[in-house]
Design a binder for this molecule. Sequence first.
Ligand code: G4P
Length: 201
Amino acid sequence: MRALEERIRREGLILSDTVLKVDSFLNHQVDTALALEIGQEFKRIFAGKPITKVLTIEASGIQFAMATGIALDVPFIYAKKKKAVTLAEQVYTAPVHSFTRQETYQVSISQKYLGPDDNVLIVDDFLATGAALVGLVNIVRESGATLSGVGCVIEKGFQEGRGLLEEMGVEVHSLARITKMSPGEIHFAEADSPAAIKEKV
Ligand code: G4P
C-alpha cells in the first residue's frame, strides 16, 4: 500500500534493526483517515471470502479491526489479554509468549461470539514473531470457525511470523512488508530500493 509505505518512510523511527516506532500515526496517535483506508484495502484483498467476523488482539490491532469491520459491514472482536471479571461465560483461551515482555499470558475470547458458523479474518498492526497471531489462529480453529486469512498492516519480513503462519496453512497478506531495516534506511518487499528515514531518536 503505497500511502502507508510513504508514511512509514516519512514518520517511522527505526530504533534498531528490529524495532520500528510508528506511534505518530498507527499505534498511539492514530490517523483515522489512514486507518479507514487500511480497512478498505483489507476488504479489497479478501474480496470474495464470506467473512462474518474480524478478529484482533488488544490493544493496537483494535483500530484496524474496527476499520475492516466497517468496510466489510461485519462486527469485530478483540481478544483480551487479561480475563475481566465481567467475562464470566465460557471462553476460548490460548497461551501467547511475549518476546518483548518475556512473559507468557493467556488471551481469551468469549465463546458466545465465535463458533462454527463464522468465517474469520484476523487483523493486526504488526506481524513480527507471530506469537500473538498463532494464538488467535489456534482459538479460531478451536471454535470450529473457518479462517479466511490474516491481514497485517506492517510485516517485518525478516522475522519468523509469516513462516509460522504459512506452515499452519494460513493465507497471510500485509500492506507494507519490510525486508530489511536499520537506523537510516528501510527496504520494502516490492519497491525494494533503499530510502532514508530521518532519525529522530
Ligand atoms: P506478533 O508477530 O503476533 O504481533 O507477536 P510478537 O510477540 O512478535 O509482537 C509482540 C508485540 O510487539 C505486539 O504488540 C506487536 O504488535 C509489537 N511489535 C512487534 N514488533 C514491533 C515493532 O517493530 N514496532 C512496534 N511499535 N511494535 C512491535 P502487543 O504486545 O500485542 O502490544 P499492543 O498491541 O498492546 O501494543
